[in-house]
Design a protein around this ligand. Structure first.
Ligand code: ADP
Length: 760
């Protein structure tokens, strides 16, 4: 038992144990890549435990150490091959084929090792009958294990080399470079471990294997690995600096010895030495700085960038910028100037009010044919950036399970952009935008400093964007408030007019009743004998009270609709019957004002489920309006056609068209509001039919309430108001055939009869 061997194995075991813990911590990410990694590390750990037990001479268990070590190592390397394929995102088919071959090798080896079904004997006979250069079953086992090892390493190398040729993100290519090193380390370990398996085992192999697995684990679980090329360059840079500095020191030393040799006078020597020392001290710093700059330029091809300067310049550029587009352009320009990126997008959250997040690409670089797309909170990427508030790499989007729910189309869109990093622009909890950058032109992956720089830029951008977005929001709100104000003033005007209208509406018939009742009181006996005169007095009272009842009914109806308590009594209704019923009351006035009222294909319409009384009320109001706003001699047409509503439900469309004065488009919606009338209140008339005789402004409100209660739609079309050319107005009503009305309320029979008219 050699103490050095125990130390090496224990050390490797310790590392494997830590790797196991690290992979276990990521175990929740049940993804093929982590499953492969977990199996790999566990098998390596198990092989190490067996090695240590064997070295310590613990032989009590039934475990055959040598065989267990070899089997677990073979399993480990084969799993590593599979891990490479998953890392390279090879298809499921490729993985199946690989694992098929791998399992065959494992099975063959196990059959030989554990003599399943006497396979060892079969192999022994096979070896003796054919001379393959193999002398024993043990050698055959080594041969099989070696084949497995070579297959895993070779498949990794071949697939890696093809992957290098494809276009990948710098981050991914960097990951592949790491993987290449891992593959070489494991390949080298294999030479020592498998080809000449224990007891004469190469001691270098185990640390190589452990190092390889450690690097593999680091590479998989670390989402952003430092750039290898950059690390190499920094190494070169430091070697260069050390070389320059030691050369300076050497020159100093050589000069000092030379002085000592040639100057014999002690005082002179001291003076010269002092001059040399001061000269060296003075030259040291500037020379070091010069070397630094020169080496930087030689190795990295650039002078060290001044971050503070860049941020200062950016701040100057965006100060007082309240235009979101300009701000986004300046931000993109700053990114390109400092990081020299090939591609990039500045997304900005076009928040409207407290609406949902919607990221829109505002400025781009290197993406000419970009089909713009909005990213919403539904996209897990947006959600991640908002919640985690961290920089995110495309690699993470590819492997982390939380991004698997991303919509396929969105995923493809993002992949096609070939971006590398997504930096959230945050202001408190709010995601104002995202700075997305593609690879740098120099071909290196982003260093930590560069990422910090991007984060810093995003922080500055957030301040500016917040202001600009607020300003934009304020402008939209301002516009909306303006519109609302206009509407409010219209409604306000109509409300204040209501008082005068309502009092007028009621006062006029009341005066009429009052006057006639006075006449009634003053009737003399002679008057009573004059039948015609008394009839006129009574009719006057009746007309006045009828008009009052109409107005009050209308007000009650509208208020009921307002309170949502308009009760409907549905039944099958024919539109033609509704029209006939409604037009009856207008027959005398049509005649008087020489208005032509006609109907078109109403009889062809299917009957609908509706409250007949309400529909008559609706039609009366619309015909009444057409009569009121069409000058004498005009034409009114009521027509119908079958149509659909909502998701294609069958419906009927009724149009009431006139060739009257028309309605200004700016009032097309407000006319349906309570108490609103285009007419001046001066035109107000008690007559329901007088030309331009404005009513209480409740008719259309009631009509709309009736239509809405039948789950229908109503709107008006008119090119404008013109009393000379009379463009006319057309009211459209769409009512579903089966409006799915609330259950009919069972009222006492008599009430149903008086309230609903049923047409057959
Ligand atoms: P009113 O009782 O004043 O008629 P409505 O609610 O029925 O109230 O109508 C509101 C306003 O819509 C009317 O004041 C009128 O200006 C306008 N209006 C309604 N129908 C027509 C029409 N067919 N042609 C022109 N204007 C109309």
């Amino acid at each position: 038992m050699e103490i050095s061997e125990i130390i090496v194995v224990s050390f490797c075991l310790l590392i494997f144990a830590s790797l196991q813990v690290l992979t276990m911590l990521r175990w929740r990410l049940v993804d093929t890549i982590f499953v492969h990694l977990g199996v790999c590390v566990s098998l390596g750990f198990f092989a190490n435990v067996c090695m240590l037990l064997a070295l310590l001479g613990v032989t009590r268990t039934a475990l055959n150490y040598q065989l267990s070590i070899q089997l677990s190592l073979l399993g480990m390397i084969l799993t590593f091959g599979g891990l490479t394929l998953t890392l390279l995102k090879k298809s499921r088919n490729d993985l199946f084929i690989y694992w098929g071959v791998a399992l065959a090798i494992l099975l063959a080896w196990s059959a030989l090792a554990f003599n399943f079904q006497g396979w060892t004997n079969v192999a022994a006979t096979f070896i003796t009958s054919n001379n393959f250069g193999l002398q024993s079953v043990k050698q055959l086992m080594s041969f099989v294990a070696g084949t497995g090892w070579i297959m895993a390493i070779a498949s990794s190398l071949v697939n890696l080399s093809t992957a290098f040729k494809k276009r990948h993100s710098m981050q991914f290519l960097n990951r592949l470079r790491y993987w290449l090193i891992v593959t070489f380390l494991l390949g080298a370990a294999g030479v020592g471990l498998v080809v000449d398996i224990a007891p004469g085992f190469e001691w270098l192999a185990l640390p190589l294997l452990t190092g390889g697995m450690a690097l593999a684990t680091y590479n998989i679980i670390n989402y952003q690995t430092p750039d290898l090329k950059l690390l190499f360059n920094w190494g070169l840079h430091y070697i260069g600096i050390i070389f320059v500095l030691s050369s300076i020191t050497l020159v100093g030393l050589v000069s000092a010895t030379q002085l000592y040799r040639f100057i014999s006078n002690r005082t002179h020597l001291l003076i010269w030495m002092a001059i040399l020392a001061v000269g060296m001290a003075a030259a040291y710093r500037p020379l070091q700085r010069l070397a630094n700059v020169l080496l930087m330029r030689m190795i990295f091809g650039r002078v060290d960038r001044d971050e503070k300067q860049m941020i200062r310049r950016y701040n100057q550029d965006v100060r007082n910028t309240l235009d979101v587009q300009r701000l986004s352009d300046v931000t993109m320009k700053s990114i390109v100037e400092t990081l020299d990126v090939e591609r990039g997008i500045v997304f900005i959250n076009e928040r409207t009010g407290r609406g949902p997040i919607s990221l829109k690409p505002f400025s781009t670089v290197g993406l000419k044919d970009l089909v713009p797309r909005y990213l919403t909170i539904k996209n897990p990427l947006v959600n991640y950036l908002r919640q985690e508030k961290k920089i995110l790499s495309q690699y993470e989007v590819d492997v982390r399970p939380e991004f698997r729910t991303m919509e396929a189309e969105e995923k493809r869109w993002l992949e096609a952009l070939e971006l590398e990093l997504y930096v959230p622009v945050l202001r408190g909890p709010e995601l104002l935008g995202v700075l997305a950058v593609g690879p740098q032109k120099n071909g290196t992956a982003y260093s930590n400093e560069e990422k910090d720089l991007l984060v810093m830029l995003a922080e500055q951008a957030a301040v500016a964007m917040d202001g600009a977005l607020l300003f934009q929001q304020l402008s939209t709100i301002n516009e909306e408030v303006g519109l609302l104000n206009d509407r409010m003033s219209i409604v306000d005007k109509s409300k204040s007019e209501f008082l005068s209208i309502a009092s007028h509406e009621l006062k006029t018939p009341l005066t009429q009743i009052h006057t006639y009742s006075q006449l009634l009181l003053d009737l003399t006996e002679d008057d009573l004998k004059d039948e015609e005169y008394t009839k006129k007095v009574f009719e006057g009272i009746a007309r006045g009270s009828e008009r009052m009842r109409d107005v009050i009914d209308l007000m009650l109806d509208v208020s009921a609709a307002d309170l949502g308590s308009m009760h409907l009594f549905p039944g099958p209704v024919a539109i033609k019957e509704v029209f006939d019923q409604a037009m009856k009351s207008y027959l005398p006035v049509l005649d008087q004002r020489r208005l032509a009222l006609s109907e078109n294909s109403l009889a062809d319409l299917p009957s609908i489920e509706a409250d007949g009384t309400r529909l008559v009320q609706m039609m009366e109001n619309l015909i009444g309006n057409a009569v009121k706003y069409t000058p004498d001699g005009g034409q009114i047409t009521v027509a119908g056609r079958p149509t659909t509503i909502g998701d294609g439900e069958p419906a009927v469309e009724i149009t009431i068209a006139d060739n009257g004065i028309g309605i200004d488009p700016k009032y097309h919606e407000t006319i349906f509001e309570k108490f609103f009338r285009v007419e001046d209140s001066k035109n107000h008339s008690t007559s329901k039919t007088k030309f331009k005789g404005a009513g209480p402004g409740l008719g259309l409100t009631l009509v709309k309430a009736i239509v809405r209660n039948h789950n229908g739609e109503i709107w008006v079309e008119s090119i404008g108001r013109d009393e000379v050319n009379r463009p006319g107005s057309t009211f459209h009503i769409v009512l579903p055939l089966l409006p799915n009305l609330p259950e009919r309320i069972e009222l006492p029979q008599s009430k149903i009869i008086t309230q609903s008219i049923t047409y057959s």
